[in-house]
Design a protein around this ligand. Structure first.
Ligand code: MGD
Ligand code: MGD
Ligand code: SF4
Ligand code: MO
Length: 761
């Protein structure tokens, strides 16, 4: 119902999608619009958009028919995106807090203040007392200058980003299994797969255009979609089959699928012998709940026989008991993967990544594809979906994490030397030890160890887990807070300085999407007032701190100059990035971009020019060219329901809203469609507690509480004993309730599981 009201054009059979020809009908034919191309501002699908500009104003958006990603389609957020920029409360000038009130301040004075505070803090308390926290929605140049500024100029690794909350487990999964980050396949996999199996994600709402491409294949050639999840969503109802499991037990089911593959003789023996090793790591890793928690895995090789023995604990019969997936359904899933004549793509996103065993979970799905050899071929492969528009391009490729560099990691001397050379800084300046990952960074702010923090393109006081601790932490006098945003948010409400940023189409930039596609756009319209792009604000602060010679870019052309400098990091067949001329002339290109061509399937010698071992596949991320099949057990969640807190709390999103709602709640049509958050209950639980739809209930955990209206039999259906809350509403702060437990390997928090009680309010 809500979706229907959010759609502009006629209803279609595909949820969330309006077809290109239908939207064409809604654009006045005589309009004299100048159409400018770029990627969508919102999700990691990376649809191509065309923005219609008239007299210097953006007035329309349509899907780019020339983009292979979306072929002219967009979802509701895509179509309405530009409407947020005209919001009445747009930040147009810098604001500096003086005696408790915000004073409008010329941007140059505000940047002077930021630079002098940062310099003074470093002088008094050392380099590691200042920090930057950025975003998978930052552009590639924004991420690049932040990294160069913190690591190359100042010389601290106090740089992390919100992609830690999102893709860190995916990254750790890729590195441990393949030694190389990001998916090996591409969206064209959809055109030839027989089965799509989703592992706890809701593509109909979160990756809607890709889901529409899957539905098209389902309708056209009977491809099957199987939704394996903890909650019934729109993705489940649009699929051929929905299979529900108990939270956290995906670990056990994945092992049970491997058990079936191994014990039914479905292993692709030649592939495994040629291309795989078997490893095990440490177990009982803990959950990172205490400050300064440290963990380092110790991998060791095992034999196939040992692995087979380990799987004995995961027979479908044993796993069925606690996963609540029937033996029949486990065998059904295994048989699909095990059938050499069926092509299968697995998709996942936050259900597997926001998991205290998220790295393991990623390893386990790779195991299934490696055991069967269903990988790196059109229509066959594991595909980790990205959430943010540039979590890949910026957070992962530029490397805005504490341990990362634009190429490689700070702990590797060769990588540090390479960065120092390109940045023209002394090699000793880049510290070799990572410092704070996101959660630990805000713990350090709370403890008073970090005394200056600058957040860009992120709204942590709504999005962090356990804001009940981190919000009071940020409020403390001990830390000077700088927030760059386009709108006021609960995070900027606590800032000492608020810097007004230009939005997406008001600046030039580049993003990198889920399928390794780099996309460029040119500035389309002017930003209001003294708004300035984030990269340029970082550069201006760096200059004021005396690092001007490291940032010799021009204001007009800095995006191009920075991209050209950055490209040097990735030269070579394994990661070459397309030149700007190419990106300007078409809707992006996939890296490795070699000899004028995108590489669509990595590690497969038939497609990937970097394969050079003389074999059909080459997992060149690992020194011996072999991928790793990991022995990873089932372990319970950090917190599970008990007598006092009898429900699982699962949190996530809805199609109409983007994360903390700062942008989409300022788009009238989207806000009206879903004006506030809610808590979904199973009808039987609601009946037992005499809670009716719309009645206010209090969701309480050991950390905090949140009052929301109940939602029964509306959009989604949690299982009995589980509740679900979307986190877009800053007035209903569900992150005061969530737990800051994280995966010890990736350090990504688990927003999907903690224990709560429900009280009628
Ligand atoms: N409309 C819209 N689209 C978006 C976004 C948005 O804010 N709004 N954000 C983007 C971003 S950054 C992200 S990260 C993605 C998120 O995309 P998704 O991951 O698809 O969405 P979520 O709602 O976060 O996650 C919901 C799923 O978590 C699963 N889950 C819960 N517990 C478990 C478990 O123990 N194991 C497994 N395997 N699954 C579990 C549930 O089955 C549920 O369907 O969406 C992107 N797209
Ligand atoms: N409970 C719960 N919490 C979660 C999750 C969950 O599943 N459940 N998911 C986590 C995940 S996967 C993610 S990715 C995070 C996202 O968490 P956040 O990154 O904190 O959320 P956003 O709302 O995307 O914040 C982006 C901010 O940047 C601003 N902005 C937009 N464009 C620009 C720009 O060009 N420049 C500047 N300076 N600012 C700009 C927006 O107004 C907004 O305030 O949330 C995490 N939090
Ligand atoms: S699917 Fe994602 S990228 Fe495409 S229009 Fe929707 S939000 Fe934008
Ligand atoms: Mo995300």
């Amino acid at each position: 119902m809500a979706l229907a009201s959010a759609m502009t054009a006629a209803a279609t059979m595909f949820p969330g999608i309006i077809f290109a020809d239908e939207q064409e009908k809604n654009i006045p034919k005589d309009a004299d619009l100048d159409w400018k191309k770029g990627p969508c501002r919102f999700c990691g699908v990376g649809c191509g958009i065309l923005v219609g500009v008239e007299n210097g104003k953006a007035v329309a958006v349509k899907g780019d028919p020339s983009s292979s990603v979306n072929k002219g389609l967009l979802c509701v957020k895509g179509y309405h995106q530009i409407m947020c920029i005209a919001s009445k409360d747009r930040l147009t000038h810098a604001l500096v807090k003086k005696n408790g009130t915000y004073v409008k301040t010329p941007i140059n004075d505000a940047l002077d203040l930021v630079a002098s505070k940062m310099k003074q803090t470093i002088k008094n308390h050392g380099k590691d007392s200042v920090a930057m926290y950025t975003s998978g929605q930052s552009t590639i140049p924004e991420g690049y200058v932040a990294s160069k500024f913190m690591k190359g100029a100042i010389g601290t690794n106090n740089l992390d980003c919100n992609a830690r909350l999102c893709m860190a487990s995916a990254v750790a999964g890729f590195l441990t299994t393949f030694g190389a980050d990001e998916p090996m396949g591409c969206y064209e996999d959809i055109d030839s797969a027989d089965y799509f199996i989703t592992w706890g994600n809701n593509m109909a709402e979160m990756h809607p255009v890709l889901f529409s491409r899957m539905l098209e294949q389902k309708n056209r050639r009977d491809a099957k979609i199987i939704d394996f999840a903890t909650r019934t969503t729109r993705s489940s109802t649009a699929s051929n089959k929905s299979i529900l499991f108990e939270p956290q037990t995906d670990l056990a089911v994945a092992n049970a699928i491997c058990y079936e593959i191994v014990n039914n003789g479905w292993v692709n023996t030649s592939f495994v012998e040629e291309h795989c090793n078997f490893n095990k790591g440490l177990t009982k890793m803990g959950y990172g709940l205490e400050d300064n928690y440290k963990f380092k895995d110790k991998p060791s090789k095992i034999s196939f026989e040992e692995y087979k023995e380990f799987l004995e604990d995961y027979t479908p019969e044993k796993v069925s008991k606690y996963s609540k997936v029937s033996v029949k359904d486990i065998k059904y899933l295994a048989a699909i993967y095990g059938d050499p004549n069926k092509k299968v793509v697995s998709y996942w996103c936050m259900g597997m990544n926001q998991h205290t065993r998220g790295t393991w979970m990623n390893n386990l799905v790779y195991n299934i594809h490696l055991l069967t050899g269903k990988i790196s071929q059109p229509g066959n492969g594991p595909f980790s979906l990205t959430g943010q528009p540039s979590a890949c391009g910026t957070a992962r490729e530029v490397g805005t994490f504490t341990h990362k560099l634009p190429k490689g990691v700070v702990t590797n001397e060769k990588h540090r030397r390479k960065a120092a050379k390109i940045w023209k800084v002394p090699y000793e300046r880049i510290p070799s030890k990572p410092t704070y990952h996101a959660t630990e960074m805000f713990r350090a702010v709370d403890r008073g160890d970090i005394k200056f923090i600058w957040t860009q393109v992120t709204n942590p006081l709504v999005s962090l887990p356990k804001t009940s601790r981190y919000k009071p932490g940020m409020q403390k006098e001990s830390c000077f807070v700088v927030v760059s945003d386009v709108f006021p948010t609960p995070t900027s409400d606590l800032a000492d300085v608020i810097l007004p940023a230009t939005w997406h189409i008001e600046k030039s930039g580049l993003y990198g999407n889920s399928e390794r596609r780099t996309q460029h756009w040119d500035k389309m319209v002017e930003g209001p007032g003294e708004t300035t792009d984030d990269a340029w604000m970082t550069i201006e602060v760096a200059k004021r701190m005396g690092y001007g010679d490291l940032f010799p870019y021009s204001k007009e052309n800095h995006v191009e100059e920075i991209y050209n400098e950055y490209r040097q990091f990735h030269v070579g067949k394994k990661h070459n990035m397309a030149p700007l001329e190419v990106l300007k002339s078409q809707a992006g290109a996939i890296w490795p971009y070699v000899e004028g061509k995108s590489t669509q399937w990595r590690f497969n010698a038939a497609y990937d020019p970097a394969c050079d071992n003389g074999k059909d596949f080459h997992f060149y991320g690992k020194p011996d060219g072999k991928a790793v099949i990991w022995q990873r057990p089932y372990e319970p969640a950090a917190e599970s329901p008990d007598d006092e807190y009898p429900f699982w709390l699962n949190t996530g999103r809805v199609i109409e809203h983007w994360h903390t709602g700062s942008m989409t709640r300022r788009i009238p049509v989207l806000h009206k469609a879903v004006p506030h958050s809610y808590v979904e209950l199973h009808p039987e639980d609601a009946k037992k507690m005499k809670i009716k739809n719309g009645e206010k209930v209090k969701v309480v955990s050991r950390r905090g509480s949140c009052i929301l209206p109940a939602s029964v039999n509306e959009r989604g259906l949690p299982t009995i004993g589980q509740v679900f809350v979307p986190f877009f509403d800053e007035n209903m702060m569900i992150n005061d309730v969530t737990l800051d437990a994280f995966c010890p390997i990736s350090k990504e928090p688990d927003y999907k599981k903690c224990a709560v009680k429900i009280i009628k309010a």
